[in-house]
Design a protein around this ligand. Structure first.
Ligand code: URA
Length: 424
C-alpha cells in the first residue's frame, strides 16, 4: 500500500478501506506521510466526499490516535455540549451551570477561539484567576462535588485531529462535511461523556452556510454517535446575526451572568432553553414543557447563577473581577429604517481585530474589548440612534465598516427562525 495509491483511489471517487484510511492517518501522525501528500488526500476527500462507512472509520482511527478519557468515576449521567462555532455564542456559559444546578453532570473540555468565533476557555479566562488547566483527577473530583467543571483539553486527546486540522486550516480543506464530522466526533467521543449535544450553527457567521449542509453534518454526527451507543442530539440554529448582544470575552461573560440571573436576551435564552430541555428530557425522562418550567425556575430563583459562582470559585476565579475596557465609543446609524440583516461574520472579524480573538493559536488576546449591539434584526432604528458600542483599547475599528454590517430598509422583512431543526 502506498499513499499515492490511496490519493489516486479517492481522486477517482472510490471508497477507501479502513486499512487505507488507517495507513494515511497513522502515517501522517508519525511523519512518514508528508504534508503535501496529506493535503492532496484531504483535497480529494473535500471534492469527492466519503461514504458513511469511511467517515465512521476515519472517526474511529482518529479517536484511537491518543488518550481516551474515562469518566466512569463520575456518578450519574455525564453530558457534553459542543457548538460548531458562532459569533457571540455564550450558550455553554449559561447552559452548563443551569443544568448542573439541576443535578446533571457537566464534564466539559472546551477549545480556544480561532478566527472570527470565540472559545469558551478564553471567555472563562477573562474572569481573573479562573484556572482552565486542572488535572484529570481534579476535574473528575470537581464534577462529583459540584456537578460541573469546564476546562481546556488535557492530555493527548486526538493528536491526529490536531495535526490534520492545522493542515486543513492552511490548505482550504476545512469545509468538508466528513472531515468536520470526524474531527468533532473523535474529540467528543474521546472526552468520555454519556450524552453528546451539538449545536450546529448555520448562516453567514457559521461554518455551515446552508441548512441542507447543516442537516447533512448533523445526520452523520448522530450516526457516528449511535455507532458508539452514545446518544447524540444535534440542534440546528441560525447564525445569520450574532447571538445575544455582546461579542468579546468579558462582555460575553457579563451577558451570560445577566442571563443566569433571569435577564437574558430572547435569542440566547431560546437556544439555551431548547438545548437544556432536550438534555433534561433525555436524562430525567420528563416532558419538554415540564423541563422548561424547571429550567425557568432555576434562572429566576438564583440557583443557576449560584452554581456559576460555585464553578468560578472552585476553579480559582474571582467573580467580581471581570475587566471591561472603559474606552467606549458609540456607533450611530446614518439612516432610519428596519434592520433586516446584521453581518455576524464581519462583526466577529471586527471584534477579533480589536483584540478579542486570534489569527493563530499563539496570538495573545485582550479580554476587555469587543462590541455590544444596541439593535437586533427586526428592530427599528432612527437616524443618529446608536447601533452598537465599541469597547476598544490599543486597536481601533473602522466606523463605516461597522455601519455596513447593518442592512437597514424601509420595509421589514420576515425575521428568520432561530431554531431550524433537531436531528437525533
Ligand atoms: N470544529 C472542529 O473541531 N473541527 C472541524 O473540522 C471544524 C470545526
Amino acid at each position: 500500500m502506498t499513499i499515492i495509491d490511496i490519493i489516486n483511489k479517492k481522486r477517482l471517487k472510490k471508497e477507501l478501506t479502513r486499512e487505507e484510511i488507517k495507513f494515511a492517518v497513522n502515517g501522517y501522525l508519525d511523519s512518514t506521510i508528508k504534508d503535501y501528500q496529506m493535503s492532496s488526500l484531504l483535497m480529494a476527500i473535500l471534492l469527492n466526499g466519503m461514504t458513511d462507512r469511511e467517515t465512521i472509520d476515519l472517526t474511529d482511527i482518529m479517536l484511537k490516535s491518543g488518550d481516551i478519557i474515562d469518566l466512569s468515576k463520575i456518578d450519574g449521567i455525564v453530558v457534553d455540549k459542543h457548538s460548531t462555532g458562532g459569533v457571540g455564542d455564550k450558550v455553554t456559559l449559561v447552559l452548563a451551570p443551569l443544568l448542573a444546578s439541576l443535578g446533571i453532570k457537566i464534564a466539559k473540555m472546551s477549545g480556544r477561539g480561532l478566527g472570527h468565533t470565540g472559545g469558551t476557555i478564553d471567555k472563562l479566562e477573562s474572569i481573573k484567576g479562573f484556572n482552565t488547566k486542572i488535572s484529570e483527577d481534579k476535574f473528575i473530583e470537581q464534577v462529583n462535588n459540584i456537578n460541573i467543571a469546564l476546562v481546556g483539553q488535557t492530555g493527548n486527546l486526538v493528536p491526529a485531529d490536531k495535526k490534520i486540522y492545522a493542515l486543513r486550516d492552511v490548505t482550504g480543506t476545512v469545509e468538508s462535511i466528513p472531515l468536520i464530522a470526524s474531527s468533532i466526533m473523535s474529540k467528543k467521543l474521546a472526552s468520555g461523556a454519556d450524552i453528546i449535544m451539538i449545536d450546529v450553527k448555520v448562516g453567514s457567521g457559521a461554518l455551515m452556510k446552508t441548512l441542507e449542509d447543516a442537516k447533512e453534518l448533523a445526520r452523520i454526527m448522530v450516526k457516528i454517535g449511535k455507532s458508539y451507543r452514545k446518544p447524540t442530539i444535534c440542534l440546528i440554529t441560525n447564525m445569520d446575526e450574532p447571538l445575544g448582544y455582546s461579542i468579546g470575552n468579558s462582555l460575553e461573560v457579563q451577558e451570560a451572568i445577566n442571563t443566569l440571573k433571569g435577564n437574558g436576551p430572547k435569542d440566547l435564552l431560546e437556544v439555551v432553553m431548547t438545548l437544556s430541555s432536550i438534555i433534561i428530557g433525555a436524562v430525567n425522562k420528563i416532558s419538554n414543557s415540564d423541563a422548561k418550567d424547571l429550567l425557568f425556575k432555576q434562572l429566576n430563583n438564583g440557583e443557576a447563577y449560584n452554581k456559576f459562582v460555585e464553578l468560578v470559585q472552585a476553579q480559582g476565579g474571582d467573580i467580581n473581577k471581570i475587566a471591561i475596557s472603559n474606552k467606549v465609543y458609540s456607533i450611530k446609524s446614518n439612516k432610519e429604517g428596519f434592520i433586516n440583516h446584521i453581518d455576524a461574520l464581519r462583526l466577529g472579524e471586527i471584534a477579533k481585530n480589536l483584540g478579542a480573538g486570534r489569527n493563530t493559536l499563539d496570538d495573545k488576546i485582550d479580554y476587555e474589548v469587543g462590541l455590544v449591539l444596541n439593535k437586533k434584526v427586526g428592530d427599528y432604528v432612527e437616524k443618529d440612534e446608536e447601533l452598537l458600542k465599541v469597547y476598544a483599547k490599543d486597536k481601533g475599528a473602522n466606523v463605516n465598516e461597522i455601519i455596513n454590517c447593518f442592512r437597514i430598509d424601509k420595509e421589514l422583512e420576515a425575521v428568520p427562525k432561530l431554531i431550524l431543526d433537531i436531528v437525533k
